[in-house]
Write a protein that binds this ligand. Sequence first.
Ligand code: MIC
Ligand code: SF4
Length: 638
Amino acid sequence: MNAARKLISSHLVSGDMKAGEEIAISIDQTLTQDATGTMAYLEFEAMGIPRVRTKLSVSYVDHNTLQTGFENADDHRFLQTIAAKYGIYFSRPGNGICHQVHLERFSRPGQTLLGSDSHTPNAGAVGMLAIGAGGLSVALAMAGEPFWLSMPAVLQVRLRGSCGTGVTAKDIILEILRRLTVKGGVGRIIEYGGDGIKNLTVPERATITNMGAELGATSSIFPSDEQTLAFFRAQGRENDWTELKPDPGAAYDGEMDVDVSALEPLIAAPSSPDNVKRVREVEDIPVRQVCIGSCVNSSYADLMAAAKILDNRKVHPDVSLTISPGSRQAFQMITENGALSVLIAAGARVLECTCGPCIGMGQSPPTGAVTLRTFNRNFPGRSGTPGDRSYLCSPLTAAASAVTGRITDPRDLMEGPLRIALPERYITDDSMIIPPSEEPGRVRIERGPNIKPFPVKGALEKSLKTKVLLKVGDNITTDDIMPAGARILPLRSNIPAISDYVFSKTDPAFPERARSSGGGVILGGINYGQGSSREHAALAPMYLGVRAVLAKSFARIHRDNLINFGILPLTVAPEVYDTFEQDAEIEFPDIAGEVRDALAVTFKHVKTGRTYTAEHGLTQRQREIILAGGLLNYVRGR
Ligand code: MIC
Ligand code: SF4
């Protein structure tokens, strides 16, 4: 068995481990962050269970930390008090980004982790099976329910050799994105192997597993080996370490080789993480902003790499350079060893240990300017500036470009390879992680006026006559459906208010049209709903009356979220996509009956009178969820 299958089989509660079959696995740990967590905890609360039933659940605050009004501050109080009451560890704002802190302090080889954030597979770096999901799925896992998913195929990626000068783990994952694209990981777990992995430290491995999310993969995983042990020792957690390796000669569903020693510095050009080019191909493009940080490249080693390039140099006068350390641990490490002083002397603007610019919480770049980011997503407008030109690269490339003011191959500023060794001992201080209360009965949950109960949908109607509210193209992201950023994120715990922003970047008239039509359906292209796990991208459309999404294909987490909130995902042929336009009237004569008993759903183009069918691809359990009007109704009904 390969390592991924070992992990699944040791947690399997239901189903057959055949790729594509529905399985259920038990969940050891959960994590949430504030932007998805408020909803997840409201949902958990509605289940009426007194205490979480996982081995460990952690609530992080890292996304919404700009307290421009009372909303975020209220959410933080809510999260802290509800965590205390229900048995959840609470990582305070300022302690760091969920994935970075979880890797450092809580990750465990051989266990499963479900997180309400798409980059949860970051923890796959230590040999955990770590999966991103919607908040409701995570709430159910906290209630002790298993997690249902379609059994992934396991793709082995064999890394060969080691990184040359100027090449880092970021360049490895960018190369994989170049080859596989943002759809290449769908339905797969990527398991890393080959002689090259022994050269990669855990934080470097995490850069690779983190961006497996951009491949659309269910998860990514490295074995737990001597490198993993070294990391756990340095974190003072060697007792949490166990070995996890594939059996010799283990079988995989597919294989791919990457010759790491032949790579050169790479960069993802606007506006998709798979639009990868050699840095040399785009060098000399003027840069106005450089941002170092985010859950993928904000470790101690990443910050040190940037500091090495910036040592005795100055940030170019046309560039604004920001640094957001991934965790308080990383921040303290560079403070104590003097690297922070190097960054300050160079002219960096040092931000909090949060997601910050990655999710558009401040630092939107100037109009028309190029911004270089060590982040994982450069979807259009995500930075907060319409028409942004956002590039993704390694901390070395970012720092080198901050010095020259144009996109620069870091090798131009380096004398030889630069390896930041794992520290023998990280600074560990968990005082900003608050354990749950020992007297939960005495904890009062604090709720500000921005925290509204989540809406619940009714059962699926027998028949439906409605219209196409919007037609969109391929690779629509959840950032397109439900944008984030400093203005909208504070509304994450208020569905009525946030629903005014659904598709607001694509078509500001959408929410009003959906309301005045009494709802409708959305027509999408390939890979609809890629990117973030935010269930608001299903919940808010549901609130506006969206009943079904007809698309050529769907991204995994978003399709699950649609089902969780009772929105029917239908896979349509290109011909159907071409036939229907926005505002077309569409009629489903027997929608509930067909969801219950048939493999496909029939619908009519009212104007032409022609009839079409589309597969729903639902499992028995999912059919019942859709019929009930969503997962919460379904669970309550049971
Ligand atoms: C993101 O990177 O888009 C986020 C913000 O972390 C999301 C979660 C969210 O929307 O709250 C994710 O990746 O799941
Ligand atoms: Fe935060 Fe960005 Fe990572 Fe999402 S991708 S968790 S916003 S740092």
